[in-house]
Design a protein around this ligand. Structure first.
Ligand code: NAD
Length: 263
């Protein structure tokens, strides 16, 4: 299926690795010109060159900490200057730390809010005027299945990401008339390097192998396995496509059926 994305411009946040990288790769494969951002310049440059080699698409990289407003403005402006107005925005950032309510002080709450909520708000503020004027746009927020069913000890993530989903749903109603869609993807376990590292550290702590830890994590997934970054990227590319123009305000689980609720 031709997703009709050739020569569109995407800004993909936190994309040197993992789900952000997979999103950028899937879009670049569809002929999208992509700007990727992350904090580590060297890894970012390496990822950009891999994506260029793998897809033949134009891929640029801008160092940006998603928690820093000035970095977001710079990434946006550089994308527009080099590639043109942003058609597709993929909001993503590292997850906030785990922990119990009693362990979280004001600083931890504000950091999570800035990183996982305000980064998306600020980028929407930047890209929306042009999207609305041009009558086409796609905003895709990478959240977590925790917005459907709170995950144990991820109190910051559960709370802040749910706020983002509510913001996105409200925003979707305000920009639909301009041909702009706003959707959330809610990943469950997806086998990125971060999950592999998590399995390795759990394995060391419990004298098990990483494979045993991963099998334990997979026990709650109906499909019996974790999602792959490439399956995730395919969903991002579809939501960005012309064909997905009737899907907005949605929060789509990407979790192999681990969430059992109706909505
Ligand atoms: P990852 O650690 O593999 O990749 C995270 C990316 O974010 C990296 O490129 C990193 O450099 C970048 N990053 C981190 N903090 C940043 C910041 N402050 N500014 C800019 N870039 C930053 O993680 P992932 O598995 O790809 O997860 C991506 C997001 O999805 C995270 O918020 C994570 O909590 C969430 N999530 C992941 C899963 C999963 O199973 N992989 C499940 C649910 C939710």
């Amino acid at each position: 299926m031709d997703l009709k994305l050739n020569d569109k411009v995407a800004l993909v946040m936190a994309a040197s690795r993992g789900l952000g990288r997979a999103s950028a790769l899937a879009l670049a494969r569809e002929g999208v010109q992509v700007c990727i951002t992350a904090r580590d310049e060297a890894i970012l440059a390496q990822t950009a060159s891999e994506l260029r080699a793998e897809t033949g698409s134009k891929v640029m990289a801008v160092r940006a900490d998603a928690a820093e407003s000035a970095d977001l403005i710079n990434a946006f402006e550089q994308t527009v200057q080099t590639l043109g107005p942003v058609d597709i925005l993929v909001n993503n950032a590292g997850g906030p730390p785990p922990g119990k309510f009693v362990e979280m002080d004001d600083d931890a709450w504000f950091k999570a809010f800035t990183l996982n909520f305000m980064s998306a708000v600020r980028l929407c503020q930047l890209v929306l005027p042009d999207m609305c004027e041009r009558g086409w746009g796609r905003i895709i927020n990478i959240t977590s299945i925790g917005v459907k069913q709170p995950l144990p000890d991820l109190i910051l993530s559960n709370a802040v990401r749910t706020g983002l989903v509510a913001m996105a749903k409200t925003l979707s109603a305000q920009v639909a008339e301009f041909g702009v869609t706003v959707n959330n993807i809610c990943p469950g376990y997806t086998l990125t390097d971060r999950i592999k590292a998590l399995a390795e550290s759990k394995a060391r702590a419990s004298q098990r192998t990483p494979e045993e830890v991963i099998r334990e994590m997979e026990a709650s997934i109906l499909m019996g396995r974790m999602g792959t970054p490439s399956e995730f990227g395919a969903l991002v590319a579809y939501l960005a496509s012309e064909q997905a123009s009737y899907i907005t305000g949605a929060s789509l689980p990407f979790d192999g059926g681990s969430y059992q609720g109706l909505m």
